[in-house]
Design a protein around this ligand. Structure first.
Ligand code: 5AD
Ligand code: SF4
Length: 469
């Protein structure tokens, strides 16, 4: 048994990062899933969504077939998120349901992802014994080995609180045939004071550029039209190499593959270079969409958050981006109610939203996370006040989201259609600047980039029709 340890998870050494090309090996387990089904439940960010694509690839590699029906599953995998308390609550609610199910039939339950890296939580759930396998973010490629071991051991808990390696040879079953996630970097070394990610995902490790480019080339050859380069802090890509190869260089090389659309998330305002702006503005296949989390509009709070930029610097960056990248969408993340946030600090956040006029923003009430520095800061703002601030912020965000959509009305934009919409008889897709469009058309357009005229706009989406004239 290996239990998580938050002090170890915080440690960063000069240890060289290992890139492993043969660490995943399923030879012994090829019959493990014969005539059996797995179901995977995913919570959290794109990183988790993509990890689940790898876990699905692994399960299928050892013979399991996928099901979406809990009653049919032999193995249920819960891939969890730790970023805020409500992500915890959702996963814990689901575990309750699965526990009931396990009382009625023989199923293997696997608990993995970011929550599995949390020391206090795992110390608690490991005692319950009904979860068969607990494994963290560093070793899900060993799931087949753990399932096989269950014959001899009753419960397995293998969580590594280590800086981490890069494992290159994982199978993948992607959710889409048209758009793909491509990891460029794992982990994070920024240690923003509110954030648990550097503890749950380990040290920043960049993948080698040739491995990334080969993956993008292969996706393009297999008919994919769009890749999203993934990392907690993509613009710090390559800082762990010490050879000057940086994110701007990588973007330029990925662009050369010719794949029609390239996106990337998430950018930290701190590492965003002029060279990146230049490459994005020059390459037509790098999409004009930048997610640039600001977190707060108050310099005092930004300092307490450990964000290492000022509002003045952030605004200068936004101006540079807008001056050089036509039609760019800028979106953000904002936390309200960080410990010690005053009404005045919060009004500075409203002020910055009024200045930047974001296309969209993801807003959160601060949630204390285990072992993070902010969790021990004095926080005497009542929850009701925080909720009031969130509502005021959302109202403003929605106003600008609608305004930015209204500017698009009656114009025509290229949309990559990716699948059925929840609106009847419509298909959904995204413009280059990442606006969701529901398009009246037939299924034959799915997978294609088509000109769409915007016929109606809402706060969160656009309606449109194919404009092939
Ligand atoms: N509480 C609230 N929001 C958080 N985020 C990260 N940690 C916390 C926390 N402890 C938000 C940040 C980040 C986004 C992914 O989640 O805004 O950018
Ligand atoms: Fe968390 Fe900050 Fe790293 Fe983003 S950059 S994952 S907010 S520590």
């Amino acid at each position: 048994m290996n239990l998580p340890n938050m002090a170890d998870a915080k440690r960063r050494t000069k240890k060289e990062i290992k890139i492993l090309y043969d660490d995943y090996n399923s030879d012994e387990y090829s019959e493990l899933g014969k005539d059996k089904k797995y179901l995977i439940l995913t919570y959290g960010c794109q990183m988790n969504v993509h990890d689940s694509e790898n876990i699905a690839g692994i399960m299928e590699d050892v013979g399991y077939t996928r099901t979406e029906d809990m009653d049919e599953a032999n193995v249920i995998i819960v891939n969890t998120c730790a970023i805020r308390e409500n992500a915890h609550n959702k996963a814990e609610g689901m575990l309750g349901r699965i526990k009931h199910l396990k009382e009625t039939k023989d199923i293997t339950v696997i608990f993995c992802g970011c929550m599995a890296q949390e020391e206090k939580l795992v110390n608690k759930i490991v005692k319950n014994k009904w979860i068969d396998i607990i494994c963290g973010t560093h070793n899900y490629h060993k799931i087949p080995e753990y399932i096989a071991k269950l014959n001899k051991e009753k419960n397995i808990c293998e969580v590594y609180s280590m800086e981490g390696d890069v494992i290159e040879n994982l199978p993948v079953t992607r959710d889409s045939l048209y758009t793909a996630w491509v990891n460029i970097q794992y982990g994070c070394d920024k240690f923003c004071t509110y954030c648990i990610v550097p503890y749950t995902r380990g040290k920043q490790r960049s993948r080698l550029s040739e491995d990334i480019i080969n993956e993008v080339r292969e996706l393009y050859n297999n008919g994919y039209s769009e890749v999203t380069l993934l990392g907690q802090n993509v613009n710090a890509y390559g800082k762990d190499f010490d050879n000057g190869y940086d994110f701007a260089t990588l973007l330029g090389e990925v662009s050369q593959t010719g794949i029609p659309r390239i996106r990337f998330v998430t950018s930290h305002p701190w590492d965003f270079t002029d060279k990146m702006i230049e490459v994005i503005s020059k390459c037509d296949n790098i999409m004009p969409y930048i997610h640039l989390p600001i977190q707060s509009g108050s310099d005092r709070i930004l300092k307490l958050m450990g964000r290492k930029y000022t509002i003045k610097e952030y605004l200068e960056l936004v101006k540079k981006i807008r001056d050089h990248i036509p039609n760019v969408s800028i979106t953000t993340d904002i936390i309200v109610g960080f410990p010690g946030e005053t009404e005045e600090d919060f009004e500075m956040t409203l002020d910055i939203v009024n200045k930047v006029k974001y296309d969209l923003a993801y807003t959160f009430i601060y949630s204390p996370r285990e072992s993070t520095p902010a969790a021990s800061m004095k926080d005497d703002t009542p929850l009701s006040v925080k909720k009031g601030r969130l509502a005021r912020l959302n109202e403003l965000i929605n106003k600008y989201a609608l305004e930015s959509n209204q500017k698009m009305l009656n114009n025509t934009y290229n949309v990559l259609l990716i699948g059925e919409s929840d609106k009847k008889n419509k298909f959904m897709g995204y413009t280059e600047n990442m606006k969701l469009v529901n398009v009246k058309c037939d299924e034959s357009y799915v997978g294609k980039i088509v000109p769409v005229k915007i016929t109606d706009v809402k706060t969160w989406s656009l309606d449109g029709e194919i404009n092939d004239r």
